[in-house]
Design a binder for this molecule. Structure first.
Ligand code: CP
Ligand code: NVA
Length: 300
């Protein structure tokens, strides 16, 4: 039997596997792939809020012929302190896969170590890999998979999304320019690995990142769990808003992406996120197709 596969980071897939996942996601969106998870169950552990991740995984499992269970901290024994170890072993006796959204990335790694079924990272403080697969699908729909030529500009916090974009650059080889205020850089180990493997630039100047970029993307200034830092962050990120004049610097065909939820008037102005270059709702929809592809890759 093949060993079980987990998806905790984009780099858990080789470049070829990521290519296969993206190609399948495009076919799934066109309705060209059969449901192949009949009778399978996915447990979904949520220790943080979610709209898109919950709905897309749950609907995705149903569309594939399977079923998903929502387990929140509020009403599962994990919320009362049952260990990750025991939860992993027990859930593995019932279900065919586990998706988890939580704070510490180490918790997901521990879950994956003890589970005998595939574990999928639905967001940690460190990474948000499923989102970036959906983002890549959106990029390919608009610009094609021309990664040799593509420049992606990340503006703002060096957060879980930024770290996952770095991992994507490692696998696909596009140029990634990150503009982050001092003190809000990406994870140093992930950044170092990406700089060794791909064309990655870190700057303090959003214009430098955006100039000629094909994709301009950002995220909230205070992520889930950082609510207490919101004021200090708003000050630090003041010059890092994506607005019309920053988009003007980008490539004429540039698209704007945001994983959502967004704060209009903070990290992005309404004219950009609601404007003609924005693809944020296609990006949200692509969570469904991309994750169905990931589920098939790991569980079919
Ligand atoms: N983008 C994203 O993960 O959205 P949710 O927090 O609603 O799941
Ligand atoms: N960086 C954000 C992404 C939300 C989908 C957060 O972690 O809250």
């Amino acid at each position: 039997m093949n060993p079980k596969r987990d998806f905790l980071a984009i780099t858990d897939f080789s470049s070829d596997e990521l290519r296969r996942v993206l190609d399948r996601a495009h076919r799934l969106k066109r309705g060209e792939e059969p449901a192949r998870l009949e009778g399978r169950s996915l447990a979904m552990i949520f220790r943080k809020s979610s709209t898109r991740t919950r709905v897309s995984f749950e609907v995705g499992m149903t569309q594939l012929g399977g079923h998903a269970l929502f387990l929140s901290d509020r009403d599962s024994q994990m919320g009362r302190g049952e260990s990750v170890h025991d939860t992993a072993k027990v859930l593995s006796r019932f279900v065919d896969g586990i998706m988890i959204r939580t704070f510490a990335h180490q918790e997901v790694e521990e879950l994956a170590r003890h589970a005998t079924v595939p574990v999928i990272n639905g967001l940690t403080d460190l990474l948000h890999p499923c989102q970036v697969v959906a983002d890549l699908q959106t990029v390919e729909e608009n610009l094609g998979p021309r990664y040799d030529e593509l420049v992606v500009a990340w503006i703002g916090d060096g957060n879980n999304m930024a770290n996952s974009w770095l991992n994507a650059a490692v696998r696909l080889g596009f140029e990634l320019r990150l503009a982050c205020p001092e003190g809000y850089d990406p994870d140093p180990a992930i950044l170092e690995r990406a700089q060794a493997a791909a064309r990655v630039v870190l700057t303090r100047d959003p214009s430098e990142a955006a100039r000629g970029a094909h994709v301009v993307t950002t995220d909230v200034w205070a992520s889930m769990g950082q609510e207490d830092e919101a004021e200090a962050r708003a000050r630090a990120f003041a010059g890092f808003r994506v607005d019309g004049s920053l988009m003007e610097l980008a490539h004429p065909d540039a698209i704007f992406l945001h994983c959502l939820p967004a704060h209009r008037g903070e990290e992005v102005t309404a004219d950009v996120i609601d404007g003609p270059r924005s693809r944020v709702f296609d990006e949200a929809e692509n969570r469904l197709h991309a994750q169905k592809s990931i589920l098939l890759e790991l569980m079919a």
